[in-house]
Structure formats: C-alpha cells, structure tokens
Write a protein that binds this ligand. Structure first.
Ligand SMILES: [Zn+2]
Ligand SMILES: [Zn+2]
Length: 358
C-alpha cells in the first residue's frame, strides 16, 4: 500500500483536482506499474462532460516500469518497460472465442478495487488511471515494450497511436492508392494520417481549423493536402481534388455530427466513413439514406483502432525505432502532475501534452 498524488474528477461539470489516494498491491494476475509518462487525451478532458461514474481517477495513455507483479503473472517482471493497454480482453466471451478480440464484451478490470480515496474505492478511468504515479492493472494491461524507446514516446502508443494508426490499418483497412480524408488533426487524427501513409494511400487530405496542426500533417505525418476549414469549404475542395468522385475513406476524429454528415458527402461510391471521435452520448446523426444505399456506402464505429494490443503495441514500438512511425512531433509539451487541472481548464495547446513523473 502507498499514498500517492492523483488527478481526480470528483463530479461531472467540475475541473479535476490533485488529491492523495491509497494504492493497494496487485492481486493475482495483476501488475503494478510505476508510471514515467502519461499523455493527456481528448477523452480525459471529455470526462468532465460525460464520465459514466464519479469520482474517478483520470488518465489512460501511460507508460512506465513494472514495479510489482501478482501471482501467476509470467509475461513481465519488475524492471520491464511497459505501455498501459486499456482494453484487456477476457479471452472467453463469444467475440474473443470467435477471433474478434477487438469486440470483447467483457473488458477486464482488476479483480477488486486497488485505488482508495477517503477510504472508499475509487473508479479508475478505462481500468487504467494513469494520472497517478502507480497504476495497478490486469496482467495484460501492461504490455512489454523494448527499452530503447523513450517512455514518454511509449505512452503515446497506448491511445493516440493505437486509435489513429489502428483506425486506418485495421478498422478501415485502407488499401494502396485509396483516397483518405481525416477530419480533425489532433493527436489521434495525425496518427490516422500516418496510418494512411503506412497503408500507402494515394490522396491523404487533412482537415482542421489550426494551421500549425495542418503544417505538421503535411511535413511530418504524410498528408498530401491540407484544408483549413475556416478558410475553405472542405467538401468543395475534396470534390475538386477528386474530379467530383469523392474519397474511399473519411475519418471523423472530432466527434461532431455536422462533421460526420460532411464526411458522408465526401465519400465516393462504396466509400466508408469511420467514426473515431467520441460524440456526446445524446448526439444523433440524421442523414439521407437513399443515396447512401444506392452508392453502397458504409459507416463504421472504431474504438482503440481495433488493434490486438499485445501484438500491435510492440509492433508500433518497432516502427517508431526504425523510423516508420513518427511520434516526436506529437509530443508538444511536458508538465508535472500538479499542472493537469490547469491544462483541463485552458485546453491543450499544441498536440499532445505529456505528464512526466519523478
Ligand atoms: Zn485516449
Ligand atoms: Zn472477451
């Protein structure tokens, strides 16, 4: 057991605060990770609006060093570098057994609560809770990663890269030469852009309202074109660039129904709109189904990029080390844990702010 600082959202609509929590030792089939870095993801911030339960320990994009392992844990040992996987599959449900672990209906938490606040068990965001120097996770929530990759870059693998690169490669299965539009060029959107690049897409068009993000999309991540939607009509531009045909893939990475509708209008025949951004829980999407039907189009939901965490997260680390995956330009600020509430209040400038522990 140890008392440590933690960023807690006490109730919906409030700003999170720095508190002290008690973290218990891992039980059987669990791992305690001493976190070194944790990224601030849009989903952390959106919890102020739509967390399912409060109070909750925030943070889910983390990396660190294994501190303790519970009984039966064999895939890691103390001292190993790991990334936090916030979707530990059960391995037993109908989906897992059918080979679709990405659809697991029984994502695992620790067997009992391991984090306490004021002597009461505390909810932990996505079974991770990385805004705290220690995270106790189900065994496969700690995925070993090669030690020659800096841990603040490893943290990014755990959500932004998994979600974005996975959306392009695994959810949408972008094919060589296809046209791709990515609406929203933040931490996840830029990873969709580089996922499309890794898939050898043809046109890769980034859409955002921020010229700095669009610049990075073009110069670093592999976009072939960028559209500032404050200055130009993205739908008209996409139509113009494709001879009126539209693109095979649109990714909506913001979570706004009006942008999803714009995405549908950008689709070619047989095109797919992949929803990556988290909309408000009560949002609805009214669209014209007739042309959608006759043009044989698809809308897909995407969470965590449909990755296989234990296979893909180490693979992404290899891709970073050998230069295929570009992450250095995602990491735009580093802060201590106590500054997290300020970032929630002011919004995340740049692309990814990383909380650095120690
Ligand atoms: Zn996230
Ligand atoms: Zn399952």
């Amino acid at each position: 057991m140890n008392d440590v600082p933690a960023i807690i959202l006490a109730a919906l609509g409030q700003l999170p605060t720095l508190e002290t929590v008690t973290v218990h030792d891992p039980g059987p089939d669990e791992v305690a990770v001493r976190l070194v870095a944790s990224g601030i993801c849009h989903t952390d911030i959106s919890y102020m609006r739509d967390a399912r339960a409060t109070p909750v320990l925030l943070g889910h994009e983390g990396a660190g060093v294994v501190d303790k392992v519970g009984a039966n844990v064999t895939h890691v040992q103390p001292g190993d570098h790991v990334v936090i996987n916030w979707q530990v599959k059960c391995g037993r449900c109908r989906w897992c057994l059918s080979g679709r672990q990405d659809l697991c209906e029984n994502v695992q938490a620790t067997a009992a609560p391991r984090v306490y606040w004021h002597d009461a068990p505390l909810h932990v965001m996505l079974n991770a809770g990385t805004f705290c120097p220690v995270a106790v996770v189900p065994a496969m929530g700690a995925i070993p990663i090669r030690k020659d990759m800096p841990l603040e870059k490893v943290a990014l693998l755990g959500c932004a890269v998994a979600t974005g690169v996975g959306a392009a490669l695994y959810t949408a299965k972008v094919q060589p030469g296809e046209g791709v539009v990515v609406i929203g060029a933040g931490g996840v959107g830029l990873n969709v852009v580089q996922g499309a690049r890794l898939a050898n897409a043809g046109l890769i068009i980034a859409v955002d309202v921020d010229d700095e993000r669009l610049g990075r999309a073009l110069t670093v991540f592999g976009a072939t074109h960028a559209i500032n939607s404050r200055e130009r009509d993205p739908l008209a531009e996409v139509k113009r660039m494709t001879g009126g045909r539209g693109v095979e893939h649109v990714f909506e990475v913001v979570g706004q129904p009006e942008l999803m509708l714009q995405g549908i209008e950008m689709l070619s025949r047989g095109g797919t709109l992949t929803l990556v951004g988290a909309a408000a829980r009560d949002a609805t999407l009214p669209f014209h189904p007739r042309r959608f039907m006759s043009q044989q189009q698809t809308i897909k939901g995407c969470i965590y990029g449909n990755i296989r965490p234990a296979i893909d997260l180490p693979l992404f680390a290899d891709w970073y080390v050998n230069g295929k995956l570009r992450l250095d330009d995602l990491h735009t600020a580093t802060i201590p844990l106590e500054d997290v509430p300020r970032v929630f209040k002011q919004g995340q400038g740049g692309i990814r702010t990383i909380v650095r522990f120690e």
